[in-house]
Write a protein that binds this ligand. Structure first.
Ligand code: ZN
Length: 42
C-alpha cells in the first residue's frame, strides 16, 4: 500500500512508499531511503 510520507525535497510533491523499499516521488521520479528521513526525526 502506498501512503504519503513526507515531501520531495526537489519538487515538493508528496512521497509514496516504494515497493522495493524507501520512498519515491511520483512527480519527478526521485527516490529516497528511510535513512534520508531518520536524520530529521527527533
Ligand atoms: Zn519530486
Amino acid at each position: 500500500m502506498a501512503q504519503p510520507y513526507g515531501r520531495c525535497q526537489h519538487c515538493g510533491e508528496r512521497l509514496y512508499a516504494h515497493i522495493e523499499g524507501g520512498y519515491q516521488c511520483l512527480n519527478c521520479d526521485r527516490r529516497y531511503t528511510e535513512a534520508d528521513f531518520e536524520s530529521r526525526a527527533t
